[in-house]
Design a protein around this ligand. Structure first.
Ligand SMILES: [Zn+2]
Length: 85
């Protein structure tokens, strides 16, 4: 799935490496992903596709408003996330 993060997030090009959790992405487990914004999106999506198909199904059906909210929620988590060295 190709997502134009830039259309939804002002942090899309953020190269700061951070650690976010599956829950930050709307998943349900305690797995964590490390990398810059694009990297955690890629790793995170691979993870939810493998472990949380119900979330992926829901994401595919998101309306524009729901998608904006998802990105807003993730961006909030991204800003709060710990920076890794
Ligand atoms: Zn998970």
């Amino acid at each position: 799935m190709t997502m134009k993060h830039e259309a939804y997030s002002t942090h899309a090009g953020d190269k700061t490496k951070k650690k976010v959790s599956c829950k930050d992405m709307g998943g349900t487990c305690d797995a964590t992903f490390e990398g810059n914004y694009q990297e955690v999106m890629d790793i995170g999506w691979d993870h939810v596709k493998e472990h949380h198909p119900e979330f992926v199904e829901k994401a595919m059906k998101m309306t524009e408003e729901e998608r904006k909210k998802w990105y807003a929620d993730f961006d909030h988590a991204w800003v709060s996330a710990g920076v890794i060295e």
